[in-house]
Design a protein around this ligand. Sequence first.
Ligand SMILES: [Zn+2]
Ligand SMILES: [Zn+2]
Length: 87
Amino acid sequence: MANIHQLAYRVRKFFRMLYSQAHWYCGRRCEYCHWHRAVWYYAPGYAIACDECVPRGCGCNKDSDGTEPLDERGRRSPCCEWMMFPD
Ligand SMILES: [Zn+2]
Ligand SMILES: [Zn+2]
């Protein structure tokens, strides 16, 4: 039977593992919802946002004929000053 010290060691190890993963995941949280992982960053202003919260729609995305291409979910794209994180 595991004694109390072995048990405490396992519990600590488990929480340390949980914390390290949570820390990795939360390291780049969306500034709008404070929940999702940020995938966009605003180059001139250091803001970061998830795919749901990023402000969408800007005249700079319009083609020369005045139409704006939509993404695969039919959404407008963020301003060209919003960049995607490379990973
Ligand atoms: Zn968000
Ligand atoms: Zn723009």
